[in-house]
Design a protein around this ligand. Structure first.
Ligand SMILES: [Zn+2]
Length: 361
């Protein structure tokens, strides 16, 4: 029996970059390489979203690659994908020419990397299929590489509190012109020290208008009760990754120690506190397919059935943060509420139907 429901939405992926064959600044699977890269970037007062890259060639090769990337997203059940840090304007140009031929395979939202963001150049398209939504900033590193910014040193690396690329004042002043022009601000912050700095920055930037602007924190992994409360009070949106708690469990426990691990990846506490939570794969760091993310999030087990002790969400709550009826619908071979949780990723996508209008957020 097939089942129809709200379509899957990926609020944080690097789909265009991957489709175009552009690697990240380092191999994400190698913590030492990530660490060296983050150090290098920090030493020159830059951030990973401000690094200058080789220009992307705007040609039919790029258009074709992007089109195949979007088709891959649709095949996985997605109706909308947000590129979390478009680092070259050629992507927008290529997408505009694909869009001129007809609807795209999935609706596309673009967060422009802070390094190329330009208030003068950024303009809303008003097109549900392809829209610019804001600017992505980058406040700290990653957990696996022990480069996220933590308030207390890493449990397995005494004296080391990670890397903070942007402090509150720098974030507030850099984001100001974009916030003023109504763009959404989304900032990568994984460690509790970085989350705190970003919340301070948002408070400075928006004052009492913060909830209306709904700025985002990307990842928000090393949570603590005071940070959860502040996110709720300010009205900051958390964009979390369904696969991360399971994928990171072993290394996160070692890096954080038991107490901080207990508080980390607690999307349930964010939801309980009334924080608006959305989800994004962070592909290629994790699989693009939302049904894989749904299974990991619901079971806390890796795909081969290994229990990790990672925090979980009910299927109902997980679907709540991973889907958006305003963005479209998806038809699946089975009802995800009825399938055993460890078989969710085996559900087939029959079709994904992006909504031709309708404003998701
Ligand atoms: Zn990312």
């Amino acid at each position: 029996m097939s089942w129809e429901g709200a379509g899957f939405v990926d609020h944080h992926a690097h789909l265009l970059r991957v489709a175009a064959g552009r690697a990240h600044g380092c191999d994400p699977s190698d913590p030492e390489a990530v660490r060296a890269y983050h150090r290098r970037v920090s030493d020159r007062w830059s951030t990973p979203m401000d690094e200058v890259e080789r220009p992307v060639e705007l040609d039919d090769g790029l258009r074709g690659s992007l089109e195949r990337g979007l088709a891959r997203a649709a095949a996985g059940g997605l109706v909308e994908v947000t590129e979390a840090g478009m680092h070259d304007w050629a992507y927008l140009e290529a997408l505009l020419s694909l869009r001129a031929r007809g609807p795209l395979e999935v609706r596309v939202r673009l967060l422009v990397a802070s390094g190329i963001a330009d208030v003068g150049r950024m303009q809303r398209t008003g097109d549900p299929w392809l829209e610019l939504v804001g600017v992505k900033f980058y406040a700290d590193g990653w957990l696996g590489s022990r480069t996220c910014a933590v308030r207390e040193p890493f449990a397995d690396q005494p004296g080391d509190t990670g890397i903070l690329f942007l402090d509150a004042d720098t974030l507030a002043s850099r984001a100001d012109p974009f916030a003023e022009a109504g763009w959404t601000i989304a900032t990568h912050a994984i460690g509790d020290r970085a989350i705190e700095a970003v919340l301070d920055g948002y408070e400075r930037l928006y004052g009492s208008d913060c909830a209306d602007a709904a700025p985002r924190i990307e990842h928000a992994q090393v949570l603590a009760p005071d940070l959860v409360r502040r996110m709720a009070d300010l009205g900051v949106v958390a964009c979390v990754q369904p696969c991360f708690a399971v994928a990171d469990a072993r290394t996160a426990r070692a890096a954080l120690g038991e107490q901080r691990w207990e508080d980390a990846y607690r999307w349930d506490r964010l939801l309980d506190a009334g924080v608006r939570v959305v989800a994004g794969s962070d592909h290629p760091v994790a699989p693009l397919e939302p049904l894989v993310g749904l299974q990991l999030l619901a079971t806390g087990e890796s795909l081969d059935g290994r229990s990790t002790g990672a925090p979980t969400l009910s299927v109902e709550r997980a679907l709540g943060i991973m889907t958006d009826a305003a963005a479209g619908t998806v038809v699946l071979s089975d009802d995800p509420h009825r399938v055993p949780e460890d078989e969710l990723s085996a559900i087939d996508v029959v079709e994904a139907n992006p909504a031709p209008q309708g404003r998701s957020w």
